[in-house]
Design a protein around this ligand. Sequence first.
Ligand SMILES: [Zn+2]
Length: 271
Amino acid sequence: MPEGPEIRRAADKLEKAIVGRPLRAVEFAHARLKTFEDELAAAQVTAIETRGKALLTHFSNKLSVYSHNQLYGRWYVVKAGKPANTTRSLRFAVRGTTHDVLLYSASDIDVLDEIGIATHALLQKLGPDILSRALTARQTEQQLSSERFQGRRLGDLLLDQAFFAGIGNYLRSEILFEARLLPTRKLKTLQTDERPVLANAILTISRRAYQLAGITNDPARAMALKAAGVSFGQRRHAVFERDGLACYRCGDTIERAELNRRVFWCGGCQH
Ligand SMILES: [Zn+2]
């Protein structure tokens, strides 16, 4: 399953193809949304925002198209007027002057105004998006101080999209390694000096994975491993899928267990 960094990178490709360009047409498969087609086609796409696994395609007329891919939905970018190479069914199309962006198979699509976004059932439940450019270290720390999360184990909590949206399984293990915290620690047991460290790790590791196409390992270490001929899969992470191997930081053996899903950590340097 794609995590926040992969979803944001996919949204970047869509933005590059369509933002700020005059539109030829906007099309929906759902009959109840067809009424918006002409109005949206007369506007332009201003941004494509990610909120967890949901996408908001914002238009200059203050309307936004909400879409959630669930398991099946898939976006394509094609040259203007060309069909995508797929047998899936087209659900939403934004056709521009140079490219078309096409969403196939997704069934969860809606047109929302600002109030509709603010009151949307799924969007309302999401915590801050880790790849939001507006998310600051201070806001991240505030979320760590929120009373309702204090009794939860960090390993469980980091996968909860109400805590932060966009963290999935590999980010969870890598963030906790960066912060030197065990997945079984409860949030309320964090010392005063550990909270900013965790907040910083959440932002640093998520943004690194976004910028480096999925690499969460220390960038200098990942480069050295690459120079030594180590494959992408082998150099990508510090602990994730490295059970039984030596910790890069302390040399102890990386461990693995099930905590909702597979979780990896180093008992030597995570406490
Ligand atoms: Zn270690």
